[in-house]
Each structure stands twice: as structure tokens, then as C-alpha cells.
Design a protein around this ligand. Structure first.
Ligand code: ADP
Length: 426
């Protein structure tokens, strides 16, 4: 089956066409046939598409909305120009799978989208005003383009974390606020952390219940996850993706009193403050230069820029702090897994995050770390017993799990569901 996987953002949409079915899943042989993205939807959009083994297509074209962007994607996918094997008409797209950021407490598994599900996703907009509206637009656009004949599936960023015990998801605020408004940690990047747990299990040929690891997704957004027995038991992002580690433009953990203080000092409104914490902080805010880690590393190396260095150091310290916290949370882990654009590609950042963790059993092999090619999977810890906690780099693949979940949901096959674990008694 061919699944069109859509990841709809505020002014962009990323897609993949993934071929999967029960046999391919069993053999781990499902394939990405094509991928691409449309950025700057609403003005002169930037289109970049590529089918497997073919040259990329790049163009600037005015696309006024999501529907127009999706039309452009589908027209290319089914055209002879893309040359995608086995896809030459709309009928060759069998399912559309959507990444949906927030599923609240309601959606603990991926689901086929019907009117009630769409309403449920819309209800979550108040929990994720920056993300879910784009996901809803993507779902509505796909319904218009494909009609009711092509099932659509929602795969939630939050659902993998539904196994967190209350000791991990409750904030220390009056309990009635959780009961009344569901204010709690939800966690995001769940599909990425779930993929990393799955791939770690495959690499090491172990059962799901034996996966006791810490995963670090370091991209523009960053999060850590503590995984016990294959389930998420804690994660660094919270009620929204703002909490946790220092990220590209997000501040991560900040004392909320800063908000009140700044409103007095700078006369900033609440929405301005939230924008500042989400879009002007993190690596960008600290360095005053850029949110792009590659550029910061270059600035540091070429020009010895102090603020670039400082931003990188604060970033690495915040990631390291979560590794330490989750080693305590898990009572020790078998592995630390790096992923995301930064985690997959930057040996320098992996080295800086691991520095000082040796007494906790995390011992990087500098040679193995340095020679691992960009985007390659591999182990980078010292051999044998020298590192009690193994260190791996695993390129993430959220689209693969979205495609698999979509196939299973539509086929009525059992798929992972996530229920809260019992809290650990002291
Ligand atoms: P997103 O979270 O938007 O999916 P990515 O996972 O693609 O983002 O990560 C983007 C980040 O990865 C950027 O900060 C970029 O600079 C960084 N990155 C990509 N390649 C490298 C590299 N070779 N060295 C350092 N950082 C890199």
C-alpha cells in the first residue's frame, strides 16, 4: 500500500510517500518512495520534491493556501515527471497519514479520522494553539483533494508519552487545575522517540520490554525521553513543546516568575512574552546570531565568537542535565541514543553533551564518534564494559511509523496503544 504521510506546519507542509504492508513491516522492508516539502505557503512558495533515485525538483510557485500546496504535491506525485514506481494516478494513493501534534488525554493511539475524531483534534486546539490548527487544515485539505474514498489517519506526537506515570506528568500546582483543565505534562516528539526505541530494539535483537534507554531528539526542537520496558516514563517537553531543553529558538525551562517581572520591566504583553520564549530564545536568543547549530559551530571555529560558544555550551549543558536526571529516573539505562538534525550530524555536539558523564557510566569513544558519517546509524561508546551505558546514533524516521500506524489503523490490525503506568512507590 502507498501511504501519503503529511506533516503540516504553520506555513509549510512536509510529505513522504511510503510503501508499506503487513509483510513489509514484518521484514522491516517498507520504503520511502518520494519526499519533499512546500514552504512559505500563502505567498511565493518554495517547492522541493524528490523521488527515490531521481534528481530533485525545486521551484518557486505562488500557492495561496494548503489546498493549493497539497494539489501541487499530489499532481507531482502521480505525474510521470516524478517517476514514482507504482504511482501514476490518485487511486495509487491508498491512505493519507497525518502527524498531529496534540492528542490531549483523549488520543492514546493512532486513529482513522472521522467527524468525531476531527472534532476531538479541534478540541485540542486550545491546548496547542500554535500547532493543531495547521494539522486540522492539512486534514481538511486532504479530504477535499482525495474525497471520502481515501481514509485518513491521525498519528499523535503526544500518544507515546501517554504511558508516563502521574509522578512524571503532574506539575506541582493545585491538583484541581489538572482535574479542571488537564494541565499536565503531555510531551511531544513521541513518534520520534518511539521510532528510536523500536530501532534500538531491532539493532540489538531484544524484546520491547527490555528497552531501557534515554533518547535525545536534538533538532530545531529538542526533547529527551526516558524509556523503560519500551514505554515512555518521562519526557522533557511539557504542557506545550516550550518546556525542557534549550532549543533552536525555544527557551526550555524558565522560572515562570520571569514572565511577570518582564511584563513590569519591559511592558511586554503575555502573547509577546510567549512569542519571545518560543521564537526568540534558545540558541538564537543566547547567541544573538542564529538558531542554526551548524552556523554557530562555524562562528565559534572561524571567528571565536564568544556568544556562539556560550549558546552551544548552555545547549549542551541542558541536554546533559536531562541525561543525568533520566539516569536517576530509570535507575540506570542501557543506552543513550542521539537523533534529530543535530544529534545525527554533529560529532562535536555529541562529544560536548557526553563530556563529564563518565562517572555515570556514559563513556564516548572519540574515534568512533568522529568517524561516523553524517546521518549514519552506529555505536559511539567505548567498547566492551568500558561504557556501562552504550551510546548510539540513530537517524529518526517518524514518517515510517506514521505510515505503519496508518496502514494498521485502516486495516483493523492491532497497533501500539499507550496507557499510563502505575506510579513508582518510593
Ligand atoms: P527539525 O526539528 O525542524 O526537524 P532538524 O532535525 O532538521 O530540524 O535539525 C535542524 C538542526 O540540525 C539545525 O540546527 C541544523 O543546524 C542542525 N544540523 C544539521 N546538520 C548539522 C551538522 N552537520 N552539524 C551541526 N548541526 C547540524
Amino acid at each position: 500500500m502507498n501511504i501519503l504521510v503529511l506533516n503540516s506546519g504553520s506555513s509549510s507542509v512536509k510529505f513522504q510517500v511510503v510503501q508499506t504492508d503487513q509483510d513489509l513491516i514484518a521484514q522491516d522492508g517498507d520504503r520511502c518512495l518520494a519526499k519533499g516539502q512546500v514552504e512559505r505557503i500563502g505567498s511565493l512558495a518554495l517547492v522541493s520534491f524528490q523521488a527515490a533515485g531521481r534528481p530533485p525538483l525545486k521551484e518557486d510557485v505562488p500557492l495561496r493556501d494548503y489546498r493549493a500546496a497539497l494539489d501541487r504535491i499530489v499532481r507531482w506525485v502521480i505525474s510521470p515527471e516524478s517517476g514514482i514506481e507504482g504511482v501514476s494516478s490518485m487511486a495509487d494513493i491508498h491512505i493519507v497519514g497525518h502527524r498531529v501534534v496534540h492528542g490531549g488525554e483523549k488520543f492514546r493511539a493512532s486513529v482513522v479520522i472521522d467527524d468525531a475524531v476531527l472534532e476531538g483534534i479541534e478540541d485540542c486546539i486550545e491546548l496547542a494553539p500554535l500547532h493543531n490548527p495547521a494539522n486540522v487544515r492539512g486534514i481538511r485539505a486532504a479530504a477535499e483533494v482525495f474525497g471520502r474514498g481515501v481514509p485518513q489517519v491521525a498519528v499523535f506526537d503526544t500518544s507515546f508519552h501517554a504511558t508516563m506515570p502521574e509522578t512524571a506528568y503532574l506539575y506541582g500546582i493545585p491538583y484541581h487545575l489538572y482535574r479542571r483543565y488537564k494541565i499536565r505534562r503531555y510531551g511531544f516528539h513521541g513518534t520520534s522517540h518511539r521510532y528510536l526505541a523500536y530501532r534500538y530494539r531491532v539493532i540489538n535483537k531484544i524484546a520491547k520490554g527490555d528497552v531501557n534507554i534515554i533518547t535525545l531528539h536534538l533538532g530545531n526542537g529538542c526533547s529527551a525521553c526516558a524509556i523503560k520496558g519500551g514505554d515512555s516514563v518521562n519526557t522533557s517537553m511539557g504542557f506545550t513543546p516550550l518546556e525542557g531543553m534549550v532549543m533552536g529558538t525555544r527557551a526550555g525551562d524558565v522560572d515562570v516568575s520571569v514572565v511577570e517581572y518582564l511584563s513590569h520591566k519591559e511592558g511586554m504583553s503575555l502573547p509577546d512574552m510567549i512569542t519571545m520564549l518560543n521564537k526568540q530564545s534558545g540558541l538564537l536568543g543566547l547567541s544573538g546570531l542564529t538558531s542554526d547549530m551548524r552556523e554557530l559551530l562555524e562562528e565559534e571555529k572561524e571567528n571565536g565568537d564568544r556568544r556562539a560558544s556560550l549558546a552551544i555550551d548552555v545547549f549542551c549543558a541542558s541536554a546533559r542535565r536531562y541525561v543525568g536526571a533520566y539516569l536517576a529516573e530509570l535507575g540506570g539505562a542501557d543506552a543513550l541514543v542521539f537523533s534529530g538534525g543535530i544529534g545525527e550530524n554533529s560529532a562535536a555536539i555529541r562529544k560536548r553533551v557526553c563530556a563529564g558523564l563518565e562517572p555515570l557510566g556514559v563513556v564516548l569513544d572519540e574515534g568512533r564518534n568522529a568517524v561516523l558519517k553524517k546521518g549514519q546509524m552506529g555505536e559511539i561508546s567505548k567498547n566492551g564494559n568500558a561504557s556501562r551505558v552504550k551510546i548510539f546514533v540513530i537517524p529518526t524516521n517518524e514518517e515510517l511509523l506514521i505510515a505503519r500506524d496508518s496502514f494498521r489503523a485502516v486495516s483493523g490490525l492491532p497497533q501500539p496503544t499507550f496507557s499510563p503506568r502505575k506510579s513508582r512507590k518510593p
